[in-house]
Design a protein around this ligand. Sequence first.
Ligand SMILES: [Zn+2]
Ligand SMILES: [Zn+2]
Length: 303
Amino acid sequence: MNYLKFWGVRGSYPAPFGSHMRIGGNTVCVELRVDDHILILDGGTGIIPLGNSLIKQDKIKDVTILLTHYHWDHISGLPFFVPVFIPGWKLNIYGPGNSQEEIKKRISGQMIDPYFPIEVETWLADINYLIAHKAEFEFGPFKVETFNVHHPGITLGYRITVHDKTIVYVSDHELGFLDQAIDARQNEFNASESEIMNTIKAEERQIALEHVKNADLLIHDAQYTPEDYKIKKGWGHSCYVDTVHFAMEANVKNLYLFHLDPNYDDDKAEEIHLDTINILRQHNSPIVSNMAREGLIVDIDSL
Ligand SMILES: [Zn+2]
Ligand SMILES: [Zn+2]
């Protein structure tokens, strides 16, 4: 089967709490396995059990990892991803950055004394650091396009086409970023300035929609409830209500709410998902929505 598997769905920090186990506590990591080629999205703690499962097979020893950015919840599993220590394995690691050296530095920077016992030089696999920023590339059956999203620092989203199916991965993205920044200063603008700002907002929205539109599967930041988003505006994450509306406007087929706040337990996650279903029903939307959860496998060819 050609599939997508969620190995970690939690944003910000690991949440290995009893009350969180149906959704899972590992930070973000998603595996795409198609025609015996493996593409890994982000290297949060979810990449650790993925690495442990990979070394139990010897058919595939070549993986490509796409990093959206270098916040801890996206890279902290890499020092424990066992294939890096094994000669004969090949890893292509793509991330945002201006040079390969810079990308290597950003990843290895979390593995230096006094924060970590061993340095990146102990990695014995053949590792290539590659620039993902503003790039389009192909790997096995995958065609990958990158785009920028609103999140502190340079952060990427990935649009992946494989077997005529489109999967879009946007782990960290504050959909309301521009709107709230402009709305907060609305009374400083005169009529014509307001008009310009509204045009900018509409254009930005259009650009964001272009990258996501008609996706068969969208994995998108849905970190906060509306109440929590009110006090966490500008932190770089979306309220799930904004995510659902964005998915409807982009005409996606399947939506996976992702990068859930680690403060939310399973009951809260269920409430969020039920409300998502309600919103979609109210709008007569055909979108199938899901709460991404650890261990969930999606058959790509059946999308
Ligand atoms: Zn994150
Ligand atoms: Zn982040």
